[in-house]
Ligand binder design. Structure first.
Ligand SMILES: Nc1ncnc2c1ncn2[C@@H]1O[C@H](COP(=O)(O)OP(=O)(O)OP(=O)(O)O)[C@@H](O)[C@H]1O
Ligand SMILES: Nc1nc2c(c(=O)[nH]1)N=C(CO)CN2
Length: 195
């Protein structure tokens, strides 16, 4: 495992696949995270807002910002459009516990795992945890596909434009300029209870 000093003076953690991962997973205990939310099954808007409310009730997670909601064309097999958005939270949790919490919340809202990139009632992806870089079999931070996904970058750029994605070294507002955003449309009546 290699530890580097982050761009903001924080600790970066690079975990090579042959490392056990145990030390780094317990290393990071608090910080700021970005989470992507998506849904294209059921009452998506209601599910997404209920999921944010549920995460906010967890004492070790404080909601800092929520993006607007967007209607986005599905990437992957043919399926209905998604509603997507992002949140920023301040957390006192390890990366592993965060992943478990997000997966448990997906389950609670009826997520059934079927085909890869198939339709789902709730998808929660851990995008960023400060400047951490983590690569284990079950968890990668930053989320490995976030840099190519307009449905992630557009909402994230609203609430965290200057956050540096530590693998590329680019800010979110720089990354969003490099993706095709034509299939990402602001949802009308976006008022949220959580902003
Ligand atoms: N940063 C991360 N956030 C969420 N899950 C992750 C992350 N890194 C690795 N995973 C792993 O990915 C697994 C599959 O996640 P999921 O079924 O949501 O994938 P997907 O949404 O179909 O595809 P994608 O990963 O491209 O968004 C999870 O069980 C988890 O172990
Ligand atoms: N538009 C859109 N497409 C997707 C999404 C998503 O959230 N939005 N999630 C996927 C699996 O993570 C696959 N495809």
């Amino acid at each position: 495992m290699l530890k580097l000093s982050g761009l903001n003076g924080e600790q970066n953690i690079i975990n090579h696949p042959h490392d056990s991962g145990q030390e780094s997973l317990s290393d990071k205990r608090s910080g700021r995270i970005a989470v992507a939310l998506g849904s294209n099954l059921g009452d998506s808007r209601k599910i997404l807002e209920a999921a944010i409310a549920q995460l906010s009730f967890i004492p070790t997670m404080q909601l800092e910002a929520t993006s607007n909601w967007y209607i986005t064309k599905a990437v992957g097999p043919p399926q209905p459009d998604y509603i997507n958005g992002c949140v920023i939270l301040q957390v006192d949790m390890t990366p592993q516990l965060l992943l478990e919490t997000l997966l448990a919340t997906e389950q609670q809202f009826g997520r059934v795992r079927q085909e890869r990139w198939g339709p789902r009632s709730l998808d929660l992806d851990l995008l960023l945890y400060d400047q951490v870089i983590l690569d284990t079999p079950t968890l990668q931070i930053p989320h490995p596909r976030m840099r190519e996904r307009a449905f992630v970058l557009v909402p994230l750029a609203e609430i965290a434009p200057d956050w540096i994605e530590p693998v590329s070294g680019y800010t979110i507002k720089q990354l969003v300029k490099d993706v095709d955003c034509s299939d990402v449309h602001l949802l009308k009546s976006n008022s949220s209870h959580y902003q």
